[in-house]
Design a binder for this molecule. Sequence first.
Ligand code: SF4
Length: 390
Amino acid sequence: MLPVPVTQPSGVCRLEAVHISPVHVYVHVPFCARRCSYCDFAIAVRPNVPSRRFVEAVLQEWGAWQKHPVLGAASEVRTLYFGGGTPSRLDPGGIAALVDGLTRPRPMAPGAEVTLEANPDDVTPDAAAAWRAAGVNRISLGVQSFDPSVLRWMHRTHTAEQVGPAMETVRAAGIEDISLDLIFGLPDALGRDWERDLDLAFALGPAHLSLYGLTVEDHTPLGRWAMRGGVIPVDEERYAAEFLAAGRALAREGFEHYEISNAARPGRRARHNSAYWRRAPFIGLGPSAHSGFDGRRQWNLRDWSAYERASAEGRSVVAGGEELSGEAMELEEVYLGLRTVEGLPAGRLPPGTVSQWCDAGWARTSPGRVRLTPEGWLRLDALVASATTA
Ligand code: SF4
């Protein structure tokens, strides 16, 4: 039962005993109405969501975890995150059954964060009230853009007009902590006005924004369009310009850009994702979910059908795992640290690196620490590589 050092957002290291650590739980709900053009997530397109079967399978998996040494007798659920896929497509009663079942063997910590990802077209007064009654206190709304032609191109199921009413409905149900997801770096040919989309998002008063750059993955409709020459991905210059414009807009609106892809009003950072970035132990449930603790990473069967079959037959749903080498852990620590505004202890980088990065405008220092600037975040992979191979 060795204690492991965990870096807190303040940058101060404390000791967190693995066996009594708070539990951060992720539940992957794979069901979607259809596949968005850019999406390569592990999803299951289903017109009718098998909510009851999903809840049974996830709670069975959680039951198996109860004997695992990473969960001590005194541990409690500190954050719970329903991601996907589209968790808002699950029957709202299914969310309640999951929260209840997950927190029966492990109580919810006082003030625990419970997040549900939702698409705007799934938000109804009844659903929002049911989520709130189940204990959900944070909603992450997949908006992506307010431009109707862009939403159609993305194969999104919602319209731009549904976003504002969805937020009002969530707030009316008593959930104030709302995050919006937007995607930047779209092909030029779409004529998307990124700054207008940001302004429309700010006007809705979200507590948090997640901004992701579009990536073109081979096995997606977008990947196939690009392969046939039907889509020309955005160039690096435009991608960088949009990322930097977002950083300026976030600062102007009083948001903390606290992680490369995330910004929050003060006090509204995502606590679940912050646990990943500080490398706290986490447990993932559901198809394709990953878990990480004690230098180990493991992942579940990716497809819902395979996961469901294994569950029904009483077999393990784990598809694979690995023990991280010292080198891999070092790489992960540097990579995750540099993603956040807390950065890394300056002494963690090879001699000369900090001054070189600061001179180039890629990093800043605060006493004893180095953190990347938005210009540095644009070069994150290259900077991590140079910091870990020097
Ligand atoms: S709703 Fe989300 S998870 Fe589902 S297909 Fe679209 S991007 Fe992928």
